[in-house]
Design a protein around this ligand. Sequence first.
Ligand code: HPA
Length: 385
Amino acid sequence: MGTVLNRLFKENFEPEEYCKIALPFNHRSAFAKFRCGVAPLRIETGRYENIVLENRVCHICDVFIEDEAHVLLRCPLYDDFRNHLYYVAETFNDNLNTLDDNQKYDTYEEIDKIAKDILKRVKCRPQLGIICGSGLGGLADLVEEKETISYFDIEGFPVSTVPGHQGQFVFGKLRNKPVIIMQGRVHVYEGYPLHKVTLPIKILKLMGVTTLFITNAAGGINRDYNVGDIMIMKDHFNIPGFSGLNPLIGPNDDRFGPRFPALSNAYDFNLRNLAKKCVKELGYTDFCREGVYSMLTGPSYETVTECKFLLQCGVDATGMSTVPEAIVAVYCGMKVFGLSLITNSCIMEYDCKTCANHEEVLETAKLRSKDVQTLISKMVAEVEV
Ligand code: HPA
């Protein structure tokens, strides 16, 4: 597509209300295509609402085509906001895909190219990947010899739009072991199709990752669970799969994995045992459990009836992520370990006045995140990859 991704630095902007963007090459007719969270918008003159730039929603953005070389943007003048404008400029004749960019299945070759582009930018070659859930990205602070790459700077990479998800790869050493940490992920509820949600897993695979730790925030379904408990995932319940939502739907490329992968031992037995040993040694047994995680797409939290149903199905905790990633990771031949932090207790009484909310989720994650980090880093130190 001849796309050029440019990061715009502060010097590019006029000091006053309008930011002036110089397009990077000769445009006969100037327009810019912005990378938004879900649907890159084709921007021509006009007013746009809810454009997501660097994980922040710009509620109103006026766009003017000034001349062949400049596009003018008028958006709220948050200083940090203007520092983080990115755009993709396209030549006029490019066949602009907008939403279609996300609908199209990425080929093995395209994914391999993304993986190689990322590896070109870092020295580290980890075999261990870690995906951090809501509010759990602090693990990356423990990484030494850090090399970071923002998802925004990776062409074709889905960008997270949720508070609590920073949106970057952190390469480096955790307890002296090379790791790739994904600080932030994308979810189905952001509008991404499942094959995009799980694209990062295939990229990790082609970057050499063989073992994947996945963390998430989850609501407690099991009535014995307390807020702040940590749950080792022993299995999952893929509820979207019941209605035809599975990340492996679509053409299969055997170089990634088989058409019909088995999931009966999805969460690696040895990794779970290692987790239990670490829990014991850290003195965490009082607040650690082993249980079954279910995924609903969200973004609405579960109704009381849905929670009662999950309880009857043997589910212990529920969230909005992890399952698609785990499915694709197992399919790609990775060993998978999953950990849930119980950030709230799911409501099981019809007339209860309290309800789940994202602030509570982040607040609990903050309180318990150090323990999650300690457990994960101990496992990293001891795991054989
Ligand atoms: N439901 C779904 N997802 C969640 C919850 C919940 O109660 N808590 C944190 N993520």
